[in-house]
Design a protein around this ligand. Sequence first.
Ligand SMILES: [Zn+2]
Ligand SMILES: [Zn+2]
Length: 381
Amino acid sequence: MQPRFSPSWRLSVKRAARAQTALLLGLMLLGATLLRLSVLTAAGAASSVASGGRVEWIDVHTHLVVGRSGGRDYDGAVEAALAAMEEAGIRKMVLMPPPQVSGMPGNHDYDHFVEIVKRYPARLAFLGGGGSLNPMLQEAGQSREVAHGLRRAFEEKANEILRYGAAGFGEITAHHLSHMPGHPYESAPADHPLLFLLADIAARGDAVIDFHFDVVAEEMKAPEWLLSPPNPQLFSANLAAFEHLLAHNRKAKIVWAHAGSDMLGFWTTDLSRRLLTKYPNLYMSLRMAPGRTPQNHPMERGGRIRPEWMRLLQDYPDRFVIGGDQFFTSPSLRGQGPGITFSQRAPIVRERTRAFLTTLPPELYRTIAVENATRLYKLKD
Ligand SMILES: [Zn+2]
Ligand SMILES: [Zn+2]
C-alpha cells in the first residue's frame, strides 16, 4: 500500500513531463533534418525502445478499490485498470489485495476478483493472500508460537491460492507504516514461522511472495512526519530478521516491494547491492513515487537517474521489475479513504514510471519493463 507523497513531487513531475515533451519535440525536429544520424543519448535510446511511439511496461503491483460496503463494483474497478493500461501502454498487470488486518472495513482477497481477472488472461494476472494470509500473520504477531490450527489454516489457504492460478502471494508484510487514518500499521517478525512456511510453499509452487517491508537497519525514533499512534514512537531493527527469511529457502522468490520509495532512510543502493549479492532469490519491484527520503530514489530532480542507481540496475538487471502500486477505483465509488486517495495518484505514478523507463538503455529497459516480469510471474501471451 502507498504512502503520502511529498507536495513538491507533483511539481517535479510536471516539470519532468514538460521537459520530456520539449525533448520529444526537439527529437522530432532533429529526426526530420538528420534522418540517418544515430543519436546516442538517453532520449534517443528511449525512442528506439518505445513501441508505436509509446514506452510499454508490465506493472506487477496493482490494487483495486471498491469501497467498504454496498455493491463493491470489482467489474468497474477492473474496467478502470484496463482503460489505464490502454492509455498508458501497460501490457499486463498483476492485481493483488493490499496487506490487510482482520476487521478492516472493505477487507477483500483474491477470490473477490479472480473470476473477472480470468476473463483477461493476456492482460491480467493476480496474487492472493493480502486479505487472508496476511491477517493471519498479523494476528499471530510477535509470538513465534503458532497454534497447530492456525498453521494448518494458513497452509491450506496458501495452497488454495496457488490452485486458483495465482502467480504467488501478495501483498504480504512484516512491517507496514501507517500513512493516514484508515491505513494500518502492521508489524510481525520477518522470520516468523508462518513466513518460513509461506517461503517453502512458494518455493515448491515456483511462486513469488510480494513483500512490503519498511526496513529498519538500526533502532530509531519515529520521524516527526509519521503519525503516532498507530505507528510506534520507537522502531526496532528488523533487517536481520528479513535476512533470515531470505536465507530460509533459496528457492523462494521474494519480491521486495516499493524499491526506490524508501521511508525511513535505510533502503539505500548500498543495502540493495549487499542483499542482492548475498541472496539470489531476492528481487525488487520499483515504485516511482518518491518516499520520504528522496536521496534514496532512483530519479534526481530534473528527471535524471542517479548514477549509483544506474550502476545497481546494470549490475543486477534480472532482479528488478516495475511495481507501481497503482490503485484503480470503480467509477461509481464515492467517499474517501486511503484507497481513493492512492487511486488519484496513479496517473502521476504512470507518468513518472514512463519518465524513468525512458532514461534506461534499450536492453536494460526491455529487461526491467517487460522480460523479468514475464518470467517471474509466468505471464501468458
Ligand atoms: Zn505496500
Ligand atoms: Zn501495494
